[in-house]
Design a protein around this ligand. Structure first.
Ligand code: GTP
Ligand code: MG
Length: 208
């Protein structure tokens, strides 16, 4: 993928810190530690562009990453981290929902789920919310390197059934093993086209 330029536009803890709504945004939602930041690094060919951590709850702010000055990935705070105070959890949830509700340049939100686990109640709520707001309901399974092929097929069925994806796109990815990157980019290209956007990330010749 030709990523000429990658800019971290900053972290927002309030709406006043959002960058101008002048470029399309694609947001990643999911539980704390599911691998949102790692997926962003994989997609953008970087090792540590989006900060990752083995300590859950690291990303507590909404982070904006701009690609080629054309569009942005938005890393939403991970939800469901047990060690965070209830009041703080509610505040994050309200902040995430607010972003999803008011952001007019947001073209889609993908839900990330750990391929090894059944979706949590929070995942189900978030998924329903995403669908209700009219987004595509695309699901990204993360950490598939932790499963055997047969287990992966079983987990996919479980996740599809519990979230009620009903034929919507479900991607299998591994940031550690760089799996699922190009199908995902092909899908993003289609998404841009379907929104009438002139953005296309071409594969480099050596990429398969
Ligand atoms: P928060 O920002 O805390 O919400 O977490 P996050 O969703 O951004 O997760 P992050 O990318 O920081 O990854 C959390 C942990 O999972 C890190 O220790 C990563 O190395 C690990 N991880 C992420 N993706 C993968 C993967 O594809 N395979 C494996 N085996 N580990 C992964
Ligand atoms: Mg993160």
């Amino acid at each position: 993928m030709k990523i000429r330029q990658l800019d971290f536009l900053g972290s927002a803890i309030g709406e006043e810190q959002f960058p101008p709504a002048d470029l399309p945004e694609i947001a990643l939602a999911g539980r704390s530690n599911v691998g949102k930041s790692s997926l962003l690094n994989m997609l953008t060919n970087r090792k540590n562009f989006a900060r990752t951590s083995s300590t859950p709850g690291k990303t507590q702010m909404i982070n904006f990453y701009e690609v080629n000055g054309q569009f942005r990935f938005v890393d939403l705070p991970g939800y469901g981290y047990a060690k965070v105070a209830k009041s703080k959890k509610a505040a994050w949830a309200a902040f995430i929902n607010h972003y999803l509700e008011v952001r007019e340049n947001l073209i889609d939100v993908f839900l990330l789920v750990d391929a090894r686990h059944a979706p949590s109640e929070d995942d189900k709520l978030m998924y329903r919310y995403i669908i209700e707001r009219g987004f595509s309901g695309t699901v990204v399974m993360t950490k598939t390197d932790k499963l055997k092929q047969s287990e992966l097929a079983k987990q996919r069925r479980l996740i599809e059934q519990q979230l009620q994806t009903q034929g919507r796109a479900v991607f299998a990815t591994s940031a550690s093993k760089t799996k699922g990157k190009y199908p995902f980019w092909d899908y993003l290209n289609q998404l841009f086209a379907s929104h009438g956007l002139d953005i296309k990330m071409e594969r480099q010749q050596e990429e398969k």
